[in-house]
Structure formats: C-alpha cells, structure tokens
Design a protein around this ligand. Structure first.
Ligand code: 4AD
Ligand code: MG
Length: 445
C-alpha cells in the first residue's frame, strides 16, 4: 500500500512507495523518458515515467496531459541530486496515474506575461512557483509575529474595523454608510489599543487596515495587514529596543523555517542573516544632513531633483531608498517634525516642533516598514493638538479620558505585513505579497 504524502515531506520517504495528489506544472520528454513536474500545494517535485516500465497506454496518457491537469500519482521516491524541485534533490519513479481532469489551454504558460495580464489572472497566477513561495513565506512571517508577542507578555485584542473618525489624518479614509451615519474603515487600531493597555498593560492587534491613498507606488496597497503593539510605561528608547528584538526574531525565524522558498526566490540569505540587534539609530536632523550630502555628491540632475529636501519635509521613497543604502540593517529615524506626523505624538522635551516618533526603514531600498511613537500623555496638550488638527473633539472625548483617569507614559508602533514580506522575499512590488491585492486600479479578482 502506497502512503499518501505531501511533497514538503518527500525527503522522509526515500525508497518508499507513495501517493501524491496535485497538479501537473510542466512536462518534458526525452525519448522513452517523460519528466512531469508535479506540485501539490506544499512543494514541487519531479515525476519520472520510463516507457518500458509503465507501458504504452499510461505513457501516452501522460504525454497528452496539459499544464495544470489534476492528478493522483503513485510511485517510489528516489534521491537524485540533480532533480529540480522545492525541495530539490528528490524524484518519484511513476508507477500509476489517476487523471481527474485533463486541462487544455491553461492561460499562464512558461513564456513571459505582462504584469496586468498576470494580475487579471491572479486566481491562477497564485499557483506559479514564485507567487506560491511568497505566500508560504508570508504565512510564516505572520505566525512569527503572533508568536513573538504571545511569548512576550502581550495580550492579543481585536480593534474595530468600522470607526467613527480618523486616526492617521483625514485624507486616506474609505467612507462607509453606517445606518445613515458617516463611518470609515479603520486606518489603524492604535487609538483603541491605547484604551486597551490601560486595562491590560501590553496588547497587540493584528488585522486588515484600509487606506484610500491615491498612490501608485510599489509600496502602497489600499488594504493591508498591520500588527500594532501598544505598551504602558514605555518610552521611545524602550520602543526602539522592542522593535529591533521583534524584527530580528521575525527575520531569523522565517529564515529558519522557509529556507527552501527563500532560496527558490533567489534571495541573498546572508543579507537576512545579518539582521540582529542592535539597529543603528539616527535623528531626523541627521537623516536630512545625510540625504543632503548624498544629493551634493550626485552628478545626475534627475536624482538631484528627487533628493531635494529641507528641514521640516517628510521623506519620500527616493530619500528613504538612498538613506537605507548606507546601512546593512534596518535603521531607526527618530524625532520627526511634528507637522509631518499624526496628532497624538508626544512633543520632544524643549523642542515642541519635533515629536517623539520613530520610523524603522528596511535596508536594500525597501524603506519604511514600521511607524511608531511615544504618545501624548497630558490631557491639555492632547486637546490642543486635536483642535490644531481641526479634528471634531466630540469624537475624541473617550481618547482624552484615557489621559484623565490614570495617564501613564506609553508607546506603540505599527508594522505593515506586506512591506515586511516584500523586504524579506526581495520582491520588487508589494502587490505580489498579497494573495488578492487591492490597489488604486484593481478590485478584480
Ligand atoms: O506609519 P503608519 O501610518 O502608522 C500608523 O498607522 C500608526 N497608527 C501605527 C501605530 O503606531 N500603532 O503605518 C504603519 C505601517 C507603515 O510603516 C507601513 O509598513 C504600513 O503600516 N503601511 C502600509 N503598507 C501598505 N500600504 C499602505 N498604503 C500602507 N500604509 C502604511
Ligand atoms: Mg508612517
């Protein structure tokens, strides 16, 4: 009796007769030999059919199978150093095949396709090895994120998705009709987590987040997943220490569990191995100086234009890209001008124009993966900030209450899952890190 196995465990079955349920990824023929690349959702392996062994009829059937035909294959597992696969190095000597559906004209062929065509066929493109590998890495990153916080004393708590008001600026909200009242899809769970920490100390939420930004960059999605820890009795230094431990844990865990997939993606693993604490910390002031120095040194007029910046401006992608090229690890940039950040950030002592914010920028040009800050803990300062940002104070009364009933210094951050997946996988565009991405121009499939 053959044992039914999954390809990711094939190494454990060398010399045994096994059954695999899956799909035909591709096949090639060399005289009396037919090589069928099989995938089953957990990996890819090579099936080898030898005409004299399996007979004319089965060989003919295999020859006529189209890409993505569904089938059940039985055969004996062999080691073969040169056999391609994920994991590579194994193959199955085919003995029997049960065809569930023979497919003709599968739209995605091994030839090159344009990105729009592939995104229109995202429901099928997900089966391609590269997309498959990215989703496997994503699942592992997600699990590592949850494990880190669960193992470090954080309570997982869910924050609402339908919200009455803005938290990160009003320009990026998706509006919802809430029983004839205006409501919005959540941009962040942070404000609710600030209530939660006063009840539970250390919490995190992890869920979908919505931004109606009209950006077409390779870093923006309209729907993305964000993990947001919030910590009572934590200042900016404590926050940075937590972030570097957390990000290093996620990278090293993913590297250990998804080596095959990352290697398949062609990722330079030594770059990921280097991600260990501590991370460099520079102030916004220093970051501006560094960018201006890079700008002064460039002879390319277009680049000079892109890198223009004055103190007080927010960084754009070109600034972040050039800055992160100077470091092998993610770099903290702290103390941004208050005017480019959200209303709730604690002012810098003695410098009210600066706030106790910190962004973490990923290396190799990936840019911001975390935004966070120490939060304002004084009720009067907070009320003044809400008014300065022209936010309706009646929506924020509960948030002010938190500063009136046992206010404590507290901090938190948000890490974008998809940007983190893009960096760890070395993916050029964020849309490939979401199974069904929502972008400015795409709602289908
Ligand atoms: O910097 P952001 O806007 O921070 C917040 O929302 C805070 N309330 C978080 C907190 O302190 N609890 O977003 C945090 C992260 C970014 O660094 C980025 O990784 C990701 O969320 N992000 C996006 N990812 C994909 N597409 C977008 N449009 C994103 N906007 C933010
Ligand atoms: Mg940000």
């Amino acid at each position: 009796m053959a044992t039914e196995i999954r390809i990711e465990h094939i190494a454990d079955y060398v010399g045994q007769q096994v059954t695999i349920k899956g799909w035909l990824y591709a096949s090639t023929r060399k005289g009396k030999l037919l090589f069928a690349r099989l995938r089953d959702g957990t990996g890819m392996t090579q099936g080898v059919a030898f005409l004299p062994d399996i007979g004319e009829e089965l060989f003919e059937t295999l020859k006529r199978l189209g890409q993505e035909s569904s089938l059940i294959v039985t055969g004996v597992v062999r080691s073969n150093e040169r056999a391609p696969g994920i994991p590579g190095g194994y193959e199955i000597a085919i003995e029997a095949v049960d065809v569930l559906q023979n497919v003709a004209d599968y739209p995605i062929t091994p030839k090159e396709h344009g990105v729009d065509f592939l995104m229109d066929n995202r429901h099928l493109w997900l089966r391609s090895s590269q997309q498959w590998a990215i989703m496997r890495v994503r699942a592992t990153i997600k699990r590592a994120i949850i494990d880190f916080f669960d193992n470090n004393g954080f309570l997982n708590i869910d924050t609402p998705i339908i919200t009455p008001s803005a938290a990160e600026g009003t320009s990026t909200l998706f509006e919802v009709d809430y029983f004839e009242e205006k409501a919005y899809l959540a941009q962040t769970g942070q404000l609710y987590n600030e209530a939660n920490i006063m009840a539970f100390g250390k919490v995190y939420c992890f869920g979908p987040t919505f931004r109606a930004e009209k950006s077409k960059t390779r870093r923006h999605l309209a729907e993305f997943w964000m993990v947001e820890p919030e910590i009572a009795f934590c200042d900016l230094d404590g926050l940075m220490a937590l972030e570097e431990e957390f990000v290093s844990y996620v990278v090293q865990t993913t590297l250990a569990k998804r080596r095959n997939e990352l290697e398949f993606l062609g990722r330079d693993l030594s770059k990921l191995e280097a991600i260990t604490p501590p991370f460099p910390r520079i102030s916004y002031d220093e970051a501006v100086e560094r960018i201006l120095a890079i700008r002064a040194a460039t002879t390319d007029p277009e680049q000079k234009e892109l890198l223009a910046i004055e103190w007080g401006d927010d960084f754009g992608s070109p600034h972040e890209t050039e800055l992160t090229k100077q470091f092998d690890k993610p770099v903290f940039v702290y103390g941004y001008p208050s005017q480019v950040k959200a209303f709730y950030m604690e002012p810098w002592p003695g410098r009210p124009e600066v706030c106790k914010s910190v962004d973490l920028l990923a290396p190799e040009g990936y840019g911001e993966i975390i935004g966070g800050s120490e939060r304002m803990s004084d009720p009067d300062l907070l009320i003044a900030a809400i008014k300065r940002h022209e936010l309706p104070i009646e929506h924020y009364q509960w948030y002010v209450d938190l500063r009136q009933y046992g206010s404590v210094p507290h901090s938190g951050f948000g890490l974008g899952l998809e940007r983190t997946v893009a960096w760890i996988c070395g993916t050029e565009h964020i849309r490939q890190t979401s199974p069904f991405p929502r972008t400015l121009n795409r709602l289908y499939p």
